[in-house]
Design a protein around this ligand. Structure first.
Ligand code: SAH
Ligand code: DHB
Ligand code: MG
Length: 231
């Protein structure tokens, strides 16, 4: 990723990028299927805001660790994160992923098919605010893991749905809550920063979950995820 997209290029962030490459080389063998997803996204002109390879593998490992069988994702883009989550699932598992942009959903579906995950994944096209309510009656609810990674202004609303669609022990993960450090700026007018702060404020008094947040540096610059377990 370019500094233009992820903020000021400090020495630490540049070093972190090298460390990410190193860790990827050491811990992740060449992965043609995942590489093809990113290449297809690039060819289709999708924004390169997928989770990083190491983060994708982290999502897979977390899903495996909780033995997730049903997963809900909010924000599909080209299904890079979706494909990582799909790798964690048993043969009778299922992912429902929500995407507002029909063009993103088309690219995503091609990527899901090519990766051999079509039998595990369902994309619901439309604004998540419209598709989430219907999931209450889904045969796949309650979900074992929810990954929230869509429009950041709606983070608090999506988190609320995630809890409603979960069970005690379910894992809820929210991407991009640090925003290159801007999350501490209480006077920010950046809608994404405001959305992340609203979520964190809500979490400070949300007794339905135990939550933490995990800062990260690397291919996505300076960022972080909220990790919560439903009580
Ligand atoms: N999870 C993906 C990246 C998602 S990027 C990955 O890591 O590979 C965020 C996506 O959310 C974009 O594709 C965008 O179109 C979608 N999105 C934005 N607003 C949305 C909304 N209101 N409902 C559903 N999806 C939305
Ligand atoms: C943006 C969105 C993401 O989901 C992400 O991982 C990184 C950046 C963005 O909207 O800028
Ligand atoms: Mg993201």
């Amino acid at each position: 990723m370019t500094d233009a997209h992820y903020g000021e290029g400090t020495d630490v962030l540049h070093q972190a990028l090298d460390v990410d490459s190193y860790l990827q080389t050491v811990l992740m063998p060449a992965d043609a299927a995942m590489g093809a997803v990113l290449e297809a996204n690039r060819a289709a002109g999708l924004p390169a805001i997928d989770v990083s390879p190491l983060q994708g593998k982290l999502l897979m490992l977390l899903a495996k660790a909780v033995r997730a069988r049903s997963v809900l994702e909010v924000g599909t883009l080209g299904a890079y994160s979706t494909n990582w989550l799909a790798r964690a699932l048993p043969a009778d598992g299922h992912i429902i992923t929500l995407e507002a942009d029909p063009r993103h959903a088309e690219v995503a579906w091609d990527n899901i098919r090519r990766a051999g995950a079509a039998g595990l994944v369902e994309i619901k096209v439309g604004p998540a605010a419209d598709t989430l309510p219907g999931l209450a009656s889904s045969e796949w609810a309650p979900f074992d893991l929810v990954f929230i990674d869509a429009d950041k202004v709606s983070n608090a609303a999506y988190f609320d749905w995630a809890v409603k669609l979960s069970r005690p022990g379910s894992l809820i993960i929210v991407d991009n809550v640090v925003r290159q450090g801007k999350v501490t700026d209480s006077s920010s007018t950046d809608p994404a920063v405001i959305g992340c702060r609203q979520l964190l404020d809500a979490l400070s008094t949300d007794d339905r979950v135990d939550a933490t947040a995990w800062q990260s540096v690397g291919a996505k610059g300076w960022d972080g995820m909220v990790i919560a377990v439903v009580r």
